[in-house]
Design a protein around this ligand. Structure first.
Ligand code: IPD
Ligand code: CA
Ligand code: CA
Length: 259
């Protein structure tokens, strides 16, 4: 089994899931898991097709997906980390900034990552040690153009359903807002990381992410030459909700100091 084969499986699964998301557009019903945390038939069917495709191909591999999907790796060392629809809030309101995110971890290291924007048919792919690509074109982060926060477009993910204006995530957002050239919140962490890998934005941070929000995107950023840590610049850990990803320039240090 090679990483290229795994990538092909991830691409097949994401393509099928992307079609599911587009088919459900305009006819889904919405349920609330928690305040502002939404799920639709599209999320569930997307996860179902991904799990079934990967399960047929690699029955011995572990699975972790947002919508209650968890299967042990049976000692194989492989675990697929799946967000069947990242950006459900956008999807529900008709904003075409959502994605399918699929990653494969091998013995705890990210080996393959795919983020698909089905609306624009943009396929962001990464294989450990082999770079990141968008529809086959090699990607690189913006470090050659953007090296200070004053020049940077920074994305943030605030927690879903913030309950108080005293939430420290808001104070952090405001601190960045007063320094960065642009500070935005989009509603899809996976898309933000893919866009960072593509040099379309320069940094992304959050303290409330789940493994499926960031697994594929973190590998994309690394493979495009960027840097991924937690907010205190400690090494990236998928089970830790704090993430600071950047183009690897001094923007990273400046943001860490500010946050
Ligand atoms: C959400 C998005 C959002 C992030 C939230 C996630 P979902 O994922 O990635 O950007 O701020 O923390 O829950 O619920 O749309 O899959
Ligand atoms: Ca998500
Ligand atoms: Ca999701």
């Amino acid at each position: 089994m090679s990483e290229t084969e795994f990538l092909e499986t991830a691409i097949d699964a994401a393509r099928t899931a992307g079609s599911v998301l587009l088919e459900w557009q305009d006819r889904f019903t919405v349920s609330e898991k928690n305040r502002s945390d939404l799920v639709t038939e599209a999320d569930l069917e997307s996860q179902e097709v991904i799990a079934s495709l990967i399960g047929q191909q690699y029955p011995e591999h572990g699975l972790l997906g947002e919508e209650g999907l968890e299967k042990s790796d049976g000692g194989s060392g492989y675990r697929w980390i799946i967000d069947p629809l990242d950006g459900t809030g956008n999807y529900v309101h008709g904003i075409p900034y959502f994605a399918v995110s699929i990653a494969l971890e091998c013995d705890g290291d990210l080996a393959v990552g795919v983020v698909l924007d089905p609306t624009r048919d943009e396929f962001f792919t990464a294989v450990r040690g082999q770079g990141a690509h968008l529809n086959g074109q090699r990607l690189s982060v913006s470090a050659d153009r953007i090296s200070s926060l004053e020049q940077a477009l920074v994305m943030a993910s605030l927690p879903v359903g913030v309950e108080s204006s005293d939430d420290p995530a808001i104070a952090r957002f405001l601190r960045v807002l007063t320094v960065a050239q642009h500070t935005q919140r989009t509603g899809s962490a996976a898309m933000n990381l893919a866009y960072l890998a593509a040099g379309r934005l320069d940094a992304f941070f959050s303290t409330s992410l789940k493994p499926w929000d960031m697994a594929a995107g973190a590998l994309l950023v690394r493979e495009a030459g960027g840097r991924v840590t937690d907010l205190s610049q400690a090494p990236f850990d998928i089970s830790v909700p704090s993430l600071l990803a950047s183009n690897g320039s001094d923007v990273h240090r400046q943001l860490a100091a500010l946050l």
